[in-house]
Design a protein around this ligand. Sequence first.
Ligand code: GLA
Length: 421
Amino acid sequence: MKSWKVALLPALANTRLTVALDNGVGLKPHMGWSSWNVAQCNAASARYALATADKFISLGLKDLGYEYINIDDCWSTKSRDSSGRLVPDPAKWPNGIKAVTDRIHSMGLKFGLYGCAGDKTCAGYPGNEGHERGDVDQLVSWGVDFWKYDNCYTPCRQNPRPQTCTSPAGSTKTWYAPMRDAILGVQNTKKLHFNLCNWGRDEVWTWGASYGHSWRYVVIAHHQHPLPRLTDSRMSVDNWGDWASVERIGNAAAGIYQYSAPGGFNDLDMLYLGSSKLNTNQEKLHFGLWAITKSPLVLGLDLEKISNSTLDIIRNKGLIDINQDSLGKAATTFRPPGAPAPVNGKIYPYWAGPLSDGVVVGLCAGTSAGTYSVNFKDVPGLGGSGSYEWREMYTGQTGKGTSASFNIGLHDMRVIKVMKV
Ligand code: GLA
């Protein structure tokens, strides 16, 4: 197993990923909303999609870059029609899908749907296995822009297939390839964003860019770092919206920072703000960490019920700009002289990553409130002599000099952009 040091930023290396679906989408982490965390199957409807699109406009989210309205599992009927086509559930889509995509496109937004590499989706609706090209043609005819592809009911040594197959390992590429190829086949007519939701199986971060534009890599264990092999139940891989999920996913993000570049991003799973499972400090750290590690920023909440404090967080333009920086490089942890060693499963205090016009530094009070300071000479990418200017994204504080210091409450975060002057 690799040592923890691997996760500590050795240098701001310039990595290029091999991007197979090089179709001009996914050059920045995608931003939007997904129905799943809102009300699971019940939110997979035209009503939610259109209400959310309206909120994207009225809350100013579209202007900030939120773009995709993504419908997750349970949007179709439980079986295909006699021609083998997927059928949008008429109770949820009274005018079909195209009427909704047309409306969403007319608002300058994009629309996403959900499928699955197995013979059923995770919630038991028809999967796409064996129907890949026909289903992609149908998505194209509806004008769908984004396709999340899940990993349930895939070929398995167990019979009947379980929802989550743990054996054989190392095979998810096999059932993601036909869908990738089907999408490649329609590239001249429609440029789909292909989101691999294989729950981090088979170290997807090492090959995801040659299959799609973003990949869920979320790991299983709460206290393992660096990344473990996935052999366990998949139930704990999602973001469940609690602080333990933020710790588990955020902590693991440090280990795979190098697999992030325009065209291919680690997807830390949908944001779980606004559910009341996290307090305001924890929501700030959740959003801030997802932003600096260049995760897609996909809201998983009901925008008709959002609080002002959550709205302030998701509308933080400074953080969004950092997330959307054209370099596409993820931040990871670094250990300044005298700083404590990382504790497995806990969010490390010191993070940094390159930006096209500076460096972002994240300070996380993951385990205790207190004063957190950073000497810029210790930050990878900022070494050498010189003076710096900085701006903090949550407080708006600015400063000049060679260091910065903040009092940070438990589970809160400060994110500073530092530029050499
Ligand atoms: C899996 C995925 C979730 C969601 C559900 C839908 O659990 O990891 O993100 O799509 O399936 O059933």
